[in-house]
Structure formats: C-alpha cells, structure tokens
Design a protein around this ligand. Structure first.
Ligand code: CP
Length: 308
C-alpha cells in the first residue's frame, strides 16, 4: 500500500500496484481460510467497529468474519438498535465511538461521501463498505479476485457491466479498478440508467444486451435498485427483463464461454434468470462471496500497518 494510505474510501485513483498488492495478499489469506483452524493472530489487540447505516448481508458478515479470522475485537452497529434512532448525527456517533478508542471503522451509509466525511472526525482508519450511489471498493476488489481466479490476466479481458449503472456503487468501483488493471470495460443498460458521468469514463456502451453478450468475456449483472429510484427509469420490470434480462436463451445464442457475476442481492427473474444464477457452467456468484472474506482480511491487514 502507499506508505501513507490509512483509509480505503474508493478505487478511483488507486494505482495498479496497490490493487495487485491487495489481490496478492488476499491469496495468502485464502490459504489461511483453508486451514483446519482458519485464524491468525495478526490483529490481536485491535478494535474494529462495523457501522452499518443501511441493510447488508454479504458485506457485513464478510467484514465481521474477516475481523474474527484476524483475531481483532469487533463491535457491530446497526441504525435500528442505536441512538441514531433518537436523532444522533453521524459526527456525534463517530466521535463517541472514537472516544472508546477504536482502531478502524468500517462504514456503510446511504449518503454518498459519508466515509469521506467521517475520516475528518476520527483518528482511526476508515473503510468504505458502500456509500450511496458512489463506491463499494471492497466489492470491486472481491470481484477482481474472482475474475483473476478464472481468467488470470486483466489485460485485454472484456467485462460488460449490465443494468442499473446510474445507482450502482459496485459499477463505479469496478470501472475504476478494472480499467486501472488493464481490462476493457463496457456498459450496457437502457439510456436512462446510464449516468451523465459516463462521458468522463469514455467506455464502450451497448443499448442491446445481445451485442454486449457477444462482445464480453465476463458479464457483471447489476441489481435493479428499486429502493433508490425516485422516478420511472423504464416502463415495467417485465419490459426490463424482456429487453435487458440475462436469460439462458441469450447466453446459449452467444455460443461461447462466459463468466456470469452478480454482487447480490439478486432480483431473480428480473435482471437475471433464476436458474442461470445457480448454474455452475456460468455463475461464479457464490465464489464472489467466498473471496470477499479473504479480500477484507487483506485490506484490514494492509491498512493496520501490522506485520504478519
Ligand atoms: N454486495 C453487497 O454489497 O451485498 P450486501 O448489500 O448484502 O452487503
């Protein structure tokens, strides 16, 4: 890691050698996780708090497990069981937790930029576990680890990100991370689901999903985030499925090997056919989840400045 890197707020601007270091370090933690006793004393004596202001299954459990596998002490915070319910602000919450002398804060928040704000109020490291529609760096790193396990090389690999790109922090972090590592990234969605900022990304864009499938080695399918949609971006979910849903018929028509990814949670039958999500010939969705623990162990270890 960069000598002075203390936080992981996003992948925008993170250089290739740092991403490579995280992926390589995760490889050694994968070996730890395969041992009969999958635990190391690396972060013994460190205290980590998981601040989740938004629902999560994969990221929250994955961080907690990574912390436990590294022997850290962990505290878990959820909005419904905290004084946020009584109107306490993010700054007050953070400073009160800081007063208990924690070393690292993992934060998920519905507001884009919340982790960036938090880092000014606490002395420990801040790790972004997903902020609004902005970034989800640990998800993109576990996605890259999964891609690397199948395709070895990023250079020249074609990854099509399909679906609700405008609302997707997973898409943004993957676009930054994958392009830094030399992959070719393309977007595929109905025009209203492509954000204005895509202009600056300067990526190939498909408005026909069959063309995207024909082009890609990897399909990264995104959840339609109905909870973030304040207006209608397409007429109906059925119409979305008909035009942009990933179906067996579409993959078989392409007649080639393709890697199917999804960050979860999946809207089965909307962005992705249910049986495809479970088909080991295409889907690596649960491998993504497995790799998440090793990636998060690597990040916690590298930011802690500890030696193994
Ligand atoms: N991929 C992901 O962030 O899932 P959760 O919302 O369950 O953490």
């Amino acid at each position: 890691m960069q000598e002075n890197r203390k936080h992981l707020l996003g992948l925008e601007g993170v250089p290739a050698e740092e991403i490579k270091l995280i992926l390589d370090t995760a490889e050694s933690f994968k070996e730890v996780l395969d041992r009969p006793i999958p635990k190391v004393p690396t972060l013994r004596g460190k205290t980590i708090v998981n601040l989740f202001f938004e629902a999560s299954t994969r990221t929250r459990f994955s961080f907690e497990l990574a912390e436990k596998r590294l022997s850290a002490d962990t505290l878990n915070f959820s909005t419904t069981a905290s004084s946020v319910k009584k109107g306490e602000t993010l700054r007050d919450t953070a400073q009160n937790i800081e007063a208990m002398k924690v070393d690292m804060v993992v934060i998920r928040h519905p507001a884009s930029g919340a982790p960036h704000f938090l880092r000014h109020w606490i002395k420990g490291s801040v790790i972004n576990a997903g902020d609004g529609c902005h970034e989800h760096p640990t998800q993109a790193l576990l996605d890259m680890k999964t891609i690397q396990g199948i395709h070895n090389e990023f250079k020249g690999l074609r990854v099509a990100i399909v679906g609700d790109i405008i609302h997707s922090r997973v898409a943004r972090s993957n676009i930054y991370g994958l392009t830094t590592m030399g992959a070719e990234v393309a977007l595929c969605a109905p025009a209203p689901l492509i954000p204005y900022e895509a202009e600056k990304w300067n990526l190939k864009t498909f408005y026909n999903v069959d063309d995207a499938i024909a082009w890609a080695d990897v399909l990264m399918v995104l959840r339609i985030q109905l909870e973030r949609q304040s207006q209608n971006f397409f007429p109906t979910l059925r119409e979305y499925h008909n035009y942009f849903g990933i179906t067996r018929e579409r993959l078989e028509k392409a007649n080639k090997k393709i890697t199917l990814m999804h960050p979860g949670p999946i809207n089965r039958g909307i962005e992705l056919d249910s049986d495809l999500a479970d088909d080991p010939e295409y889907s690596v969705i649960l491998d993504q989840v497995t790799n998440g623990v090793a990636i998060r162990m690597a990040i916690l270890y590298l930011l802690s400045g500890e030696t193994k």
